[in-house]
Design a protein around this ligand. Structure first.
Ligand SMILES: [Zn+2]
Length: 147
């Protein structure tokens, strides 16, 4: 093995038991069992606030609101990942279809699917589940400190 493999920090990722406790049933089902939330039911499909969408499991920043767009699919859709190395693409042959599954490159959480019918410049549509994401909104307010 290379030094890269040795330096991986898998031990900092939450365990299955921790996830079961921390995540809602839907969040767990989507991220750990490649489930899909029902269209137009998620928290973020119609979210327009600026910010960064993090992985619900490991908190890695994955998408920016700058690349979010209204795909009218009922799921939060992006035309690009924050960093291509953060979202891993896998071939998914479930349900008799060939689709591209998108997973968090850091923890392996299922995020959604990528379709080739997105807007330019990328032409990709990252069709994500709200349940896989946590939006950290840009703080537009003037900094008020609690102390
Ligand atoms: Zn993750």
């Amino acid at each position: 093995m290379t030094w890269q493999a040795l330096s991986m920090t898998d031990s900092t990722l939450p365990t299955d038991a921790e996830l079961k406790k921390r995540l809602t049933r839907l969040q767990y089902d989507v991220t750990q069992r490649a489930g899909t939330e029902r269209a137009f039911t998620g928290e973020y499909w119609n979210e327009k606030a600026p910010g960064v969408y993090h992985c619900i499991v490991c908190d890695e920043p994955l998408f920016s609101s700058d690349t979010k767009y209204d795909s009218r699919s009922g799921w939060p859709s992006f035309w690009e990942a924050l960093d291509p190395s953060k979202v891993e693409m896998k071939e998914d042959r479930s349900y008799g279809m060939v689709r591209t599954e998108a997973v968090c490159a850091n923890c392996g959480a299922h995020l959604g699917h990528v379709f080739p019918d997105g807007p330019q410049p990328s032409g990709d549509r990252f069709c994500m589940n709200s349940a896989s994401l946590r939006l950290e909104k840009d703080d537009g307010e003037t900094g008020s400190d609690d102390t």
